[in-house]
Design a binder for this molecule. Structure first.
Ligand code: NI
Length: 186
């Protein structure tokens, strides 16, 4: 059954999440929680979901990433992630969020990065990501820090209603090509 998704205003979204204790990973309870997160992300048709968004202030998120050179889309589970090698180059792109579906926010993100993390089995992993996948990972990592897209907007004019996105893209088409998946929510 999908978990309840915390909506903007819930204090858990503003807390810095705590590391997951590695010894918990093997427990049936934790594995069931991971399954529930994936179910919740899919049910919400999201591309990413962080622990604090389901009222669990822990450093875990699920995200659909496209490893470089791999065309298959798969959700990955990121536990206690660390972001490294953030590119100096940043690009703006429109992002939605499952914790406030009504809004889209233009957010500058690093174009590429490396993420080091534990997978759901506790195996240390590392992924080099760029473009859209790097953006999704930065969005979800921010959730673990209590940071939301609205905090990253360079201007309040970069916060708009999702229902008006067609008009926004028509009138501010300069970023239209940057994100071909601007309707995805994280
Ligand atoms: Ni989000």
């Amino acid at each position: 059954m999908p978990l309840k998704i915390a909506q903007l205003g819930q204090p858990v979204l503003r807390e810095k999440a705590k590391p997951v204790r590695p010894e918990r990973l093997a427990s049936p309870e934790f594995q069931a929680f991971v399954d529930e997160m994936l179910t919740t992300m899919h049910a919400a048709r999201g591309v990413g979901l962080a622990g604090p968004q389901v009222f669990a202030s822990e450093r875990i998120f699920t995200a659909v990433v496209l490893p470089t050179g791999n065309s298959s889309v798969r959700p990955e589970v990121f536990i206690n992630p660390v972001l490294k090698d953030l590119s100096a180059e940043t690009r703006p792109g429109w992002e939605g969020c499952l914790s406030f579906r009504e809004l889209m926010v233009l957010v500058p993100r690093h174009q590429s990065l490396t993420i080091e993390y534990l997978d759901r089995k506790g195996e240390p992993r590392s992924l080099a990501l760029s473009g859209y996948a790097a953006r999704v990972v930065q969005h979800e990592f921010d959730h673990l820090e209590g940071i939301l897209t609205i905090d990253r907007a360079e201007s309040t004019r970069d916060i708009v209603k999702e229902s008006e996105m067609n008009t926004v893209l028509e009138t501010r088409g300069e970023f239209e090509d940057d994100e071909d998946e601007e309707d995805d929510e994280e």
